[in-house]
Design a protein around this ligand. Structure first.
Ligand code: ADP
Ligand code: ADP
Ligand code: MG
Length: 647
C-alpha cells in the first residue's frame, strides 16, 4: 500500500478521502486554489500546495500543476474525487506515466464510457438493455428529425459528451424538434466542445436507479446494490437513497446483473456507477429498466451505499489501486436497513434557486458522527447521522465552484424512519447569511408523495410551487426571538443609551407593564407578539444576534429575521426595477430589446454562473428602459444589467 495520497479536488470530497487515508495511516496532501487558501480541506491535510488562481482551469483542472505538486511533495498516489479531472482519461495516463498510483478508473474504461453514444453501442453488444433511441453518426438535421419522428414523442435530445444534467432537451412534439435541436447543440458546443447529439425515447414516469459496482485488477467485479436518485431538480440529484423503494428481489437481481455485465465489458477496475432509467408507471419491472450511462468514478451519493453495506468505498478504492483483490465476495456484501442522503446547497429556493455566496457567519449542522469512517460507516447501527462537509463556520462559499456545501446522511431500519430522521436533521440546519435549501429539503422529505415512495424525476417540477411557498414563523418561534432581543436589550444597558431602548425609556420590566403587545417585523413584514412574563432563552440558542434590535431565528431549516424596526429586507421586496447581477457571471441570453414592453416574470437577461443559468425576470409589468448587457459579456456582481420602468 502506498504511504501518501494527493487529492486533486476540493471541499467535502477532499475531506472525505482524507478521513479514510488518515485512518489507514496514509499521509494526506491537498492542492488548492487561491480562493480556497483558508478552506477546511487545506487545513486538514498534512501538507498543502497552492495551484494557482481561483478559476478551475488555472488550478484544479491544470494537470501539469497537479502533477508538479505531487512531485514536489513526494506523493505516491492521486485520488481525483468527482468532477474536475476524475473522468479525464489523459490525466489518468499522465499520472501513471509519472510513476504514480492512479486511484481511479483505467483510462481505457473512461474512454469507452466517455461518450454516451459509443457507450450505449458497447452496452448493446454486451447484452445490456439500453434506452431506445438513435445513436449513430449521421448528424444531419433531416436524419435526426426523421429518427425522432420514428421513435415517437416525447423524445430527449442529449449531447453525446454531456454531463451534470446539461446539454439535454425534452421535445414533446414534432414541430418543436428543430428549435430544440439547435439550442441543444449550441449548449453542447459551448459546454463540452462537441455538438454531436443522440436521441432517446423520453421515458414517462421516469425513475433514476443506479448500481454501485466495484472491480479489481484480477477480473472480479461485484455490485453493492442499487441507489434511487429520482428526486432531482433539472436533472440534478437532490435526495438519494438506498435501496430503491419498491425494488423486489428478482428485479434487483436483473439490474445488478446487467450492471456487473456492463462493468466487465469495459474491464472495469475501482468504484463505478451504472445509471439506469426506469419506466415506473407500473412499479419497477426488470423489462422496463434501461442503461443510461456509466460514471467512471466515485459518486457524490456513495455514502448511502456505505451505510447499507458497511463498506468504506474509499478504502476499497485505495486497495484496488494498490493491486489488492475486492475485499468481499459478492455473497458477503450485505444490504442492511435504509439510508438516505440530502445535498445541502448554498442556494435560495425562494429566489429561483439562485446560488448564494459569501461568508458563513453562522453555520451549524445537526450533531455529527464521530471522526473517521469506521465509526461513521461500520458503527452505523440504525439511527445514525453522518455529515460530510467541506466548510465550517467562518468559511466562505465562493462563486467559482459547485454550491454544494454538505451532505446529510442517515441510516435507519426502515425507509419511513430514515426519511423522518433526515427531515429532522435538515430542520436543524442553521446557516446565515448564506441561504441554503435546508427547509426545502425538509419539505421534500415530508411530502406525502415522497413518504409513500411515489416519486419520479418530475416530482420537484410538479410540486415546486407548494415546496417553495413562503413559510411563516411560528408564534413560539417569534416569542423566543423577541425574548432574545429583550435579553440583549437588558444586558446591553451599559453599551447602549437607555432612550433608544427597544422597550422604551423605562426599560422593560414585566412588573411595570402587566401585559404588552409588541409590534415587530419578521423578514420585514409586521407582526404583533404578546410578550411572555419573563424573557427566557432555553436550551441551545437558536438565534444569532444581528444587532441589539434584530435576531435571526432558525426554524424548520429556514432563517427568519426578527427585528424591532423595518428591515432592509422589506425594501427589497418593492423593486426599483433594476435587474442586478446576483453574482459574477456571463450573459448567455438577452431576449428583450431596449424599449420593449415586458410582463412581470418575463425573462429579460439570462446569466450563467456556477454552472447554472439564471433568468433575471421583470419585477412588474412595464418597459425595458435600459438593457446594459449583451450576450457574451462577463459581468461583475451587482452590475445593473437592465432597468424596467412601470408604464
Ligand atoms: P453525480 O451523479 O455524482 O452527482 P454529476 O455529473 O452531477 O454526478 O457531477 C458530480 C459532481 O461533481 C457534481 O455534483 C459536482 O459537485 C462536482 N463537479 C462537477 N463538475 C465540477 C466542477 N467543474 N467544479 C466543481 N465541482 C464539480
Ligand atoms: P448526465 O450525464 O447529465 O448525468 P444522464 O444521461 O445521466 O446525463 O441523464 C441525467 C438525468 O436526465 C437522469 O437522471 C434522468 O432524470 C434524466 N433522463 C435521462 N435520460 C432520460 C430519458 N430517456 N427519459 C427520461 N428522463 C431521462
Ligand atoms: Mg448521469
Amino acid at each position: 500500500m502506498f504511504k501518501s495520497v494527493l487529492v486533486a479536488n476540493r471541499g467535502e470530497i477532499a475531506c472525505r478521502v482524507f478521513r479514510t487515508a488518515r485512518r489507514m495511516g496514509i499521509r494526506t496532501i491537498a492542492v488548492y486554489s487561491e480562493a480556497d487558501a483558508d478552506a477546511l480541506f487545506v487545513r486538514e491535510a498534512d501538507e498543502a500546495v497552492l495551484l494557482g488562481p481561483a478559476p478551475a482551469r488555472e488550478s484544479y483542472l491544470d494537470q501539469d500543476k497537479v502533477l508538479a505538486a505531487a512531485k514536489a511533495t513526494g506523493a505516491e498516489a492521486i485520488h481525483p474525487g468527482y468532477g474536475f479531472l476524475s473522468e479525464n482519461a489523459d490525466f489518468a495516463e499522465a499520472v501513471q506515466a509519472a510513476g504514480l498510483v492512479w486511484i481511479g478508473a483505467p483510462a481505457a474504461s473512461i474512454r469507452a464510457m466517455g461518450l454516451k453514444d459509443a457507450a450505449k453501442k458497447l452496452m448493446v453488444e454486451a447484452g445490456v438493455p439500453v434506452t431506445p433511441g438513435y445513436m449513430d453518426d449521421d448528424q444531419s438535421e433531416a436524419r435526426l428529425k426523421a429518427e425522432a419522428d420514428a421513435i415517437g414523442y416525447p423524445v430527449l435530445i442529449k449531447a453525446v459528451a454531456g454531463g451534470g444534467g446539461k446539454g439535454m432537451r425534452r421535445v414533446d412534439a414534432a414541430d418543436a424538434f428543430l428549435d430544440a435541436l439547435s439550442s441543444c447543440r449550441r449548449e453542447a458546443a459551448s459546454s463540452f466542445g462537441d455538438d454531436r447529439v443522440l436521441i432517446e425515447k423520453y421515458i414517462l414516469s421516469p425513475r433514476h436507479i443506479e448500481v454501485q459496482v466495484f472491480g479489481d485488477r484480477h477480473g472480479t467485479v461485484v455490485h453493492l446494490n442499487e441507489r434511487d436518485c429520482s428526486l432531482q431538480r433539472r436533472h440534478q440529484k437532490v435526495i438519494e437513497e438506498a435501496p430503491a423503494p419498491g425494488m423486489d428481489a428478482p428485479t434487483r437481481a436483473a439490474i445488478t446483473d446487467a450492471a456487473v455485465r456492463a462493468a466487465k465489458a469495459v474491464n472495469y477496475v475501482g468504484a463505478g456507477t451504472i445509471e439506469f432509467i426506469a419506466d415506473a408507471s407500473e412499479g419497477l419491472r426488470a423489462d422496463r429498466i434501461w442503461f443510461m450511462e456509466m460514471n467512471t468514478r466515485l459518486q457524490v451519493e456513495h455514502p448511502v451505499t456505505e451505510m447499507i453495506t458497511g463498506v468504506d468505498l474509499v478504502e476499497w478504492q485505495f486497495r484496488a489501486a494498490a493491486g489488492e483483490p475486492v475485499p468481499l465476495a459478492q455473497a458477503d456484501i450485505p444490504l442492511n436497513g435504509w439510508a438516505m442522503e440530502a445535498r445541502l446547497y448554498a442556494e435560495d429556493p425562494a429566489n429561483g434557486f439562485l446560488p448564494s455566496i459569501g461568508r458563513l457567519d453562522h453555520f451549524i449542522l445537526p450533531r455529527r458522527a464521530g471522526e473517521g469512517d469506521r465509526e461513521a460507516v461500520e458503527g452505523a447501527a440504525a439511527h445514525s447521522i453522518r455529515i460530510d462537509t467541506g466548510v465550517e463556520q467562518g468559511g466562505e462559499v465562493s462563486q467559482f465552484y459547485d454550491p454544494m456545501i454538505a451532505k446529510l446522511i442517515v441510516h435507519a431500519a426502515t425507509r419511513e424512519e430514515a426519511a423522518a430522521e433526515l427531515a429532522d436533521a435538515c430542520g436543524q440546519v442553521e446557516v446565515w447569511p448564506v441561504r441554503t435549501n435546508a427547509g426545502f429539503l425538509k419539505r421534500c422529505l415530508e411530502h406525502p408523495r415522497f413518504v409513500a415512495g411515489d416519486v419520479d424525476t418530475g416530482f420537484i417540477g410538479a410540486e415546486e410551487e407548494e415546496l417553495i411557498s413562503s413559510q411563516a414563523l411560528s408564534e413560539d418561534g417569534l416569542r423566543s426571538a423577541v425574548d432574545i432581543i429583550r435579553l440583549a436589550d437588558e444586558m446591553g444597558a451599559d453599551w447602549r443609551s437607555p432612550w433608544t431602548s427597544f422597550f422604551g425609556p423605562m426599560g422593560f420590566r414585566m412588573n411595570d407593564v402587566p401585559s404588552l403587545h409588541q409590534r415587530v417585523y419578521v423578514d420585514g413584514q409586521p407582526r404583533s407578539v404578546r410578550l411572555s412574563e419573563e424573557a427566557s432563552s432555553q436550551g441551545r440558542p437558536r438565534y444569532l444576534e444581528l444587532d441589539p434590535r434584530a435576531a435571526v431565528h432558525f426554524e424548520r431549516g429556514y432563517p427568519f429575521v426578527v427585528s424591532t424596526r423595518m428591515d432592509l429586507k422589506a425594501a427589497s421586496s418593492t423593486s426599483d426595477g433594476a435587474l442586478r447581477a446576483p453574482m459574477p457571471g456571463k450573459i448567455v441570453a438577452a431576449p428583450v430589446k431596449t424599449g420593449e414592453a415586458v410582463a412581470r416574470g418575463q425573462p429579460v437577461i439570462v446569466l450563467e454562473a456556477m454552472k447554472m443559468e439564471h433568468a433575471l425576470t421583470a419585477p412588474f409589468d412595464g418597459v425595458a428602459a435600459e438593457i446594459n448587457a449583451a450576450v457574451g459579456d462577463q459581468v461583475p456582481a451587482d452590475a445593473v444589467l437592465a432597468l424596467v420602468k412601470a408604464e
